[in-house]
Design a binder for this molecule. Structure first.
Ligand SMILES: Cc1ncc(COP(=O)(O)O)c(C=O)c1O
Length: 474
């Protein structure tokens, strides 16, 4: 990997090994493929467009490798970045593994997760574009809390639609958002057309897809803009501060550590893209130059950890689908379980989204990244062991990466290898004690989705665009 180039974008800070990156890393500069274009949905009623500021659209379409981080955003980042990178030595001892396990901890900010990285960047660009209020959808509450905090920093009002089932399970998330000045509404709600439609259909527990459609409807109000948390390419770009810092921090250890496996939980994809993309660059470069060698041994692997209850990469299909339940936003090509798929309630609410970021999907379709699906009981077992060893309680979403790291270490021990494993500990689980209680009491179920249920959902996909419209899908 061209580590020197990565490092040149991270100025050393006085007294610290690394500082906040000066630029985001744009994987599209090295991907060697274009993303399939979005296609108008053809749904009934006026189309709903998120009205993303031009500054962000330019980032989305850019093939420039390094995109400078505005100074005001960087100054905000400095309140909690660089985030810690640690070796999980106590966990390694408890496992008796020969693998070395490192984690990058993103939970040490007020909002408790990685989501704040793109929330701050987006609030900055939306304010510059004249927005007065941001409307968002949140599942587990992490994204809503992050946008509430970012709006508060930049003087914007904030409307959050939170999936009702999650809100009931985690009432303190609502309190947290409200104390940051946001208005929080349980979704589906009576306040929007789409919310009323789903309430009438009896879908009162809600899904992220419905909450997204409700937040989008708010953009009918002039001055209100919709703000996407995770699946859009620009959100993944903003999250690359995670992987860039991790690369610099690993390079600063001893003679420099190069991970063999990078693991992150996959919701829509920003957490995974954020930590993996800067490392994936080496693998893409090796592929592009015939005969090029990136390092002795195996190429770096990137593993997306998803829940068995919402297995879009491991059991979904790579097709055009809606990103929400309004049926009126442009279709995106992605790995999906179908936009009407309603995952069984489970405790990692942030991983219940039906689809996958199109850039992560394109990488998976080309075999450049891997995925594994885990059951929630094994995930919580790993999270509890991690908490005892390392002193941080993982968010249930992050716990999927903890489990992925433990499973990889066990596999390596069985194979007689000793890899260096890096994973994203994307958030803390201090709002998720109800889930941990359920695990400890033994009343947490594992979820096995019958193939027929997935097939039934995929049968309700929107009509696929003509090959002409999608011909650049490559
Ligand atoms: C703590 C935590 N980790 C990971 C995820 C999944 O992240 P992403 O949607 O960026 O893939 C979420 C989503 O809410 C989360 O809250």
């Amino acid at each position: 990997m061209p580590t020197e180039e990565l490092l040149s974008h991270i100025e050393p800070a006085a007294g610290a090994a690394v500082a906040v990156p000066a630029a985001w890393y744009n994987l599209l500069a090295d991907a060697g493929f274009e993303l399939p274009p979005d296609v108008a949905s053809g749904g009934e009623g006026p189309s709903l467009r998120p009205q993303v500021p031009l500054s962000i659209i330019r980032q989305e379409l850019s093939t420039q490798r390094w995109i400078p981080i505005p100074e005001e955003v960087r100054a905000r980042f400095a309140a909690w970045r660089p985030t810690p990178l640690r070796r999980a030595e106590a966990l390694e001892r408890a496992l008796g593994t020969r693998a070395r396990i490192y984690y990058k901890y993103e939970g040490g900010n007020l909002t408790g997760s990685h989501k704040l990285n793109t929330a701050v960047a987006q609030a900055y660009y939306y304010r510059a574009a004249g927005a007065k209020r941001l409307a968002v959808a949140t599942g587990a509450g992490q994204w809503g809390t992050a946008v509430a905090a970012a709006c508060q920093m930049f003087g914007l009002a904030c409307q959050v639609y939170m999936v009702r089932a999650s809100l009931l399970a985690k009432p303190h998330r609502k309190t947290m958002m409200e104390l940051l000045g946001a208005t929080v509404t349980a979704s589906p709600s009576d306040d929007t057309e789409v919310g009323r439609r789903f309430l009438a259909d009896g879908a009162d527990g809600g899904t992220l897809s419905i909450a997204l459609a409700e937040a989008l409807e708010e953009t009918r109000d002039p001055g209100t803009r919709f703000c996407a948390g995770s699946g859009e390419t620009y959100a993944l770009l903003h999250q690359t501060v995670i992987g860039l810092e991790a690369a610099a921090q690993l390079a600063a250890i001893d003679e420099g550590v190069r991970p063999d496996v990078v693991i992150a939980a996959l919701g829509a994809g920003s957490n995974f893209g954020g930590i993996a993309f800067p490392f994936l660059r080496a693998r893409l470069a090796a592929r592009e130059v015939p005969g090029a060698r990136q390092a002795p041994g195996q190429p770096l692997r990137c593993l997306a950890a998803e829940p068995a209850a919402c297995p879009k990469l491991t059991r979904g299909r790579y097709v055009y689908d809606h990103t929400d339940s309004s049926e009126r936003t442009p279709l995106q090509k992605m790995y999906t379980l179908g936009y009407r798929f309603t995952p069984t309630p489970m405790h990692a609410g942030g991983l219940r989204y039906h689809g996958t970021a199109k850039i992560v999907s394109a990488l998976y379709a080309r075999g450049l990244i891997e995925a594994a699906a885990y059951q929630q009981r094994e995930v919580f077992e790993s999270a509890v062991l991690f908490a005892k060893c390392e002193g941080i309680l993982p968010a249930p979403e992050s716990a999927h990466a903890v489990h992925g790291a433990i499973a990889e270490a066990a596999r390596a021990d069985a194979d007689g290898t000793a890899p260096r494993i890096l994973f994203s500990l994307s958030g803390h689980g201090m709002f998720d004690l109800e889930a941990y209680r359920s695990y400890l009491c033994g009343d947490m179920p594992d979820v096995i989705i019958p193939a027929a249920e997935i097939e039934e959902s995929l049968a309700r996909l929107p009509a696929q665009p003509e090959p002409a419209a999608a011909e650049r899908t490559g």
